[in-house]
Write a protein that binds this ligand. Structure first.
Ligand code: MN
Length: 238
Protein backbone atom coordinates (compact mmCIF):
# COMPACT_ATOMS: atom_id res chain seq x y z
CA UNK A 1 0.00 0.00 0.00
CA UNK A 2 1.46 3.36 -0.92
CA UNK A 3 1.40 6.29 1.44
CA UNK A 4 -1.40 8.06 -0.40
CA UNK A 5 -3.65 5.01 -0.17
CA UNK A 6 -2.83 4.75 3.50
CA UNK A 7 -3.70 8.40 3.98
CA UNK A 8 -6.97 7.99 2.16
CA UNK A 9 -8.15 4.98 4.05
CA UNK A 10 -6.83 5.34 7.56
CA UNK A 11 -8.56 7.35 10.22
CA UNK A 12 -7.50 5.52 13.35
CA UNK A 13 -5.48 6.99 16.17
CA UNK A 14 -6.30 10.53 15.18
CA UNK A 15 -6.66 11.33 18.85
CA UNK A 16 -2.96 10.74 19.12
CA UNK A 17 -2.38 13.74 16.90
CA UNK A 18 -3.77 16.23 19.30
CA UNK A 19 -1.05 16.83 21.80
CA UNK A 20 1.83 18.02 19.65
CA UNK A 21 5.10 17.56 21.51
CA UNK A 22 6.69 16.00 18.49
CA UNK A 23 3.65 14.05 17.42
CA UNK A 24 3.12 16.43 14.53
CA UNK A 25 4.95 13.97 12.30
CA UNK A 26 1.74 12.03 12.19
CA UNK A 27 0.49 14.54 9.70
CA UNK A 28 -3.22 14.74 9.24
CA UNK A 29 -5.01 14.82 5.95
CA UNK A 30 -8.68 15.32 5.16
CA UNK A 31 -10.11 12.86 2.73
CA UNK A 32 -12.46 15.04 0.72
CA UNK A 33 -14.26 12.11 -0.89
CA UNK A 34 -15.14 10.21 2.25
CA UNK A 35 -15.04 13.01 4.77
CA UNK A 36 -12.85 11.02 7.13
CA UNK A 37 -9.63 12.04 8.79
CA UNK A 38 -6.48 10.19 7.96
CA UNK A 39 -3.07 9.85 9.52
CA UNK A 40 0.29 9.15 7.99
CA UNK A 41 2.86 6.76 9.37
CA UNK A 42 4.46 7.77 12.64
CA UNK A 43 8.15 8.59 12.44
CA UNK A 44 10.98 8.78 14.96
CA UNK A 45 11.98 12.40 15.55
CA UNK A 46 15.70 13.07 15.69
CA UNK A 47 17.09 13.95 19.10
CA UNK A 48 16.87 17.76 19.57
CA UNK A 49 20.53 17.78 20.70
CA UNK A 50 23.67 15.68 20.30
CA UNK A 51 23.79 12.17 21.74
CA UNK A 52 26.49 13.28 24.17
CA UNK A 53 24.79 16.55 25.14
CA UNK A 54 23.52 15.22 28.47
CA UNK A 55 26.94 13.96 29.60
CA UNK A 56 27.97 13.30 32.30
CA UNK A 57 24.47 12.76 33.68
CA UNK A 58 23.22 10.52 30.90
CA UNK A 59 25.89 8.89 28.76
CA UNK A 60 26.15 8.93 24.98
CA UNK A 61 25.94 5.14 24.54
CA UNK A 62 22.72 4.98 26.56
CA UNK A 63 21.24 7.79 24.50
CA UNK A 64 22.14 6.11 21.21
CA UNK A 65 20.64 2.77 22.23
CA UNK A 66 17.62 4.33 23.90
CA UNK A 67 16.67 6.65 21.04
CA UNK A 68 17.84 4.75 17.98
CA UNK A 69 16.86 1.22 19.03
CA UNK A 70 14.30 1.24 21.84
CA UNK A 71 12.28 4.26 20.78
CA UNK A 72 12.35 3.16 17.14
CA UNK A 73 10.87 -0.18 18.20
CA UNK A 74 7.83 1.62 19.60
CA UNK A 75 7.39 3.63 16.41
CA UNK A 76 7.48 0.48 14.29
CA UNK A 77 5.14 -1.37 16.63
CA UNK A 78 2.70 1.54 16.61
CA UNK A 79 2.65 1.73 12.83
CA UNK A 80 2.03 -2.00 12.60
CA UNK A 81 -0.85 -1.87 15.09
CA UNK A 82 -2.43 1.09 13.29
CA UNK A 83 -2.10 -0.80 10.00
CA UNK A 84 -3.78 -3.90 11.44
CA UNK A 85 -6.61 -1.84 12.94
CA UNK A 86 -7.09 -0.06 9.63
CA UNK A 87 -7.35 -3.42 7.89
CA UNK A 88 -9.87 -4.55 10.50
CA UNK A 89 -11.91 -1.41 9.94
CA UNK A 90 -11.91 -1.93 6.17
CA UNK A 91 -12.90 -5.59 6.44
CA UNK A 92 -15.20 -5.01 9.44
CA UNK A 93 -13.51 -8.03 11.05
CA UNK A 94 -12.85 -6.90 14.62
CA UNK A 95 -12.12 -10.35 16.06
CA UNK A 96 -8.59 -9.26 17.09
CA UNK A 97 -9.51 -5.72 18.15
CA UNK A 98 -8.49 -6.32 21.80
CA UNK A 99 -5.05 -7.53 20.77
CA UNK A 100 -4.32 -4.68 18.37
CA UNK A 101 -5.77 -2.02 20.68
CA UNK A 102 -3.39 -3.28 23.37
CA UNK A 103 -0.49 -3.19 20.92
CA UNK A 104 -1.43 0.32 19.77
CA UNK A 105 -1.69 1.52 23.37
CA UNK A 106 1.65 -0.01 24.36
CA UNK A 107 3.63 1.19 21.37
CA UNK A 108 1.73 4.47 21.05
CA UNK A 109 2.33 5.43 24.65
CA UNK A 110 5.94 4.30 24.28
CA UNK A 111 6.39 6.55 21.26
CA UNK A 112 4.58 9.58 22.66
CA UNK A 113 6.21 9.45 26.11
CA UNK A 114 9.69 9.19 24.58
CA UNK A 115 8.93 12.13 22.27
CA UNK A 116 8.12 14.14 25.40
CA UNK A 117 11.07 12.68 27.34
CA UNK A 118 13.70 13.83 24.81
CA UNK A 119 12.19 17.31 24.67
CA UNK A 120 11.95 17.86 28.41
CA UNK A 121 15.67 17.18 28.79
CA UNK A 122 18.52 19.23 27.38
CA UNK A 123 21.97 20.60 28.05
CA UNK A 124 20.44 23.95 29.07
CA UNK A 125 17.97 23.87 31.94
CA UNK A 126 16.48 27.32 31.59
CA UNK A 127 14.16 28.64 34.27
CA UNK A 128 10.61 27.71 35.22
CA UNK A 129 7.95 30.27 34.40
CA UNK A 130 6.26 32.06 37.29
CA UNK A 131 2.99 30.44 36.18
CA UNK A 132 4.45 26.92 36.42
CA UNK A 133 6.06 27.69 39.75
CA UNK A 134 2.75 28.97 41.09
CA UNK A 135 0.95 25.83 39.86
CA UNK A 136 3.57 23.62 41.52
CA UNK A 137 3.27 25.51 44.81
CA UNK A 138 -0.52 25.39 44.59
CA UNK A 139 -0.57 21.63 44.02
CA UNK A 140 2.33 20.43 46.15
CA UNK A 141 3.19 23.22 48.57
CA UNK A 142 6.70 23.89 47.32
CA UNK A 143 9.12 22.88 44.59
CA UNK A 144 11.06 20.74 47.08
CA UNK A 145 7.87 18.89 48.02
CA UNK A 146 7.09 18.32 44.34
CA UNK A 147 10.61 17.01 43.73
CA UNK A 148 10.36 14.60 46.67
CA UNK A 149 6.91 13.40 45.52
CA UNK A 150 7.89 13.01 41.85
CA UNK A 151 11.10 11.19 42.78
CA UNK A 152 9.29 8.86 45.18
CA UNK A 153 6.71 8.08 42.49
CA UNK A 154 9.48 7.33 39.97
CA UNK A 155 11.41 5.18 42.43
CA UNK A 156 8.32 3.20 43.40
CA UNK A 157 7.05 2.32 39.92
CA UNK A 158 6.54 -1.44 39.98
CA UNK A 159 8.94 -2.95 37.42
CA UNK A 160 9.10 -0.74 34.30
CA UNK A 161 7.34 2.54 33.74
CA UNK A 162 7.33 6.28 34.11
CA UNK A 163 6.62 9.07 36.57
CA UNK A 164 4.54 11.80 34.98
CA UNK A 165 3.71 15.36 35.96
CA UNK A 166 0.40 16.04 34.26
CA UNK A 167 -2.24 18.73 33.96
CA UNK A 168 -5.59 17.52 35.24
CA UNK A 169 -8.21 19.72 33.58
CA UNK A 170 -11.32 18.80 35.62
CA UNK A 171 -10.13 20.50 38.79
CA UNK A 172 -7.50 22.46 36.87
CA UNK A 173 -4.37 21.39 38.72
CA UNK A 174 -1.08 19.57 38.38
CA UNK A 175 -0.92 15.91 39.40
CA UNK A 176 1.88 13.36 39.72
CA UNK A 177 1.09 9.96 38.26
CA UNK A 178 2.86 6.65 37.83
CA UNK A 179 2.56 4.62 34.65
CA UNK A 180 3.34 0.92 34.73
CA UNK A 181 5.01 -0.07 31.48
CA UNK A 182 3.68 2.66 29.23
CA UNK A 183 0.02 2.33 28.83
CA UNK A 184 -2.66 0.09 30.40
CA UNK A 185 -4.82 0.52 27.29
CA UNK A 186 -4.43 4.24 26.96
CA UNK A 187 -2.04 6.29 24.91
CA UNK A 188 -0.38 8.94 27.05
CA UNK A 189 -0.47 12.24 25.24
CA UNK A 190 -3.89 11.84 23.72
CA UNK A 191 -6.92 13.95 24.65
CA UNK A 192 -10.31 12.23 25.06
CA UNK A 193 -13.04 13.60 22.79
CA UNK A 194 -15.83 11.02 23.01
CA UNK A 195 -16.16 8.44 25.77
CA UNK A 196 -18.71 5.78 26.62
CA UNK A 197 -18.94 4.26 30.10
CA UNK A 198 -19.27 0.48 29.82
CA UNK A 199 -19.11 -0.28 33.53
CA UNK A 200 -22.22 -2.32 34.35
CA UNK A 201 -23.60 0.46 36.57
CA UNK A 202 -24.04 2.54 33.42
CA UNK A 203 -26.53 0.15 31.75
CA UNK A 204 -27.39 -2.89 33.83
CA UNK A 205 -30.79 -1.76 35.15
CA UNK A 206 -32.17 -1.38 31.63
CA UNK A 207 -29.98 -3.61 29.46
CA UNK A 208 -28.72 -6.25 31.95
CA UNK A 209 -25.94 -8.16 30.13
CA UNK A 210 -26.76 -6.74 26.70
CA UNK A 211 -23.96 -4.20 26.57
CA UNK A 212 -24.03 -3.95 22.78
CA UNK A 213 -27.65 -2.75 22.84
CA UNK A 214 -26.62 -0.02 25.27
CA UNK A 215 -23.67 0.97 23.05
CA UNK A 216 -26.04 1.14 20.05
CA UNK A 217 -28.39 3.33 22.08
CA UNK A 218 -25.53 5.58 23.16
CA UNK A 219 -25.11 6.72 19.57
CA UNK A 220 -28.61 8.23 19.75
CA UNK A 221 -27.68 10.56 22.60
CA UNK A 222 -24.23 11.85 21.64
CA UNK A 223 -23.94 15.63 21.74
CA UNK A 224 -21.85 16.11 18.61
CA UNK A 225 -21.79 19.88 19.05
CA UNK A 226 -19.93 19.38 22.33
CA UNK A 227 -17.60 16.78 20.85
CA UNK A 228 -16.87 19.13 17.97
CA UNK A 229 -16.11 21.99 20.35
CA UNK A 230 -13.72 19.79 22.32
CA UNK A 231 -12.09 18.69 19.07
CA UNK A 232 -11.52 22.30 18.05
CA UNK A 233 -10.01 23.09 21.46
CA UNK A 234 -7.78 20.02 21.39
CA UNK A 235 -6.51 20.92 17.92
CA UNK A 236 -5.24 24.24 19.29
CA UNK A 237 -2.81 22.46 21.66
CA UNK A 238 0.70 22.18 20.27
MN1 MN B 1 12.66 4.26 27.22
Amino acid sequence: MDKRTFLKTSFLATGALLVGNGMAEAAQDMNKENGIFAVSDYVLSPLPYDYNALEPYIDEQTMRLHHDKHHLGYVNGLNNAVKKLKEATESKDFSLVKHWEREMAFHGSGHFLHEIFWKVMGPKQGTRSSELDAAIVSAFGSFDAFKAYFSAAANAVEASGWAILAWEPVAGQLVVLQSEKHHNLTQWGTIPLLVVDVWEHAYYLKYQNRRSEYVDAFFNVINWEQVSAMYAKARSIK
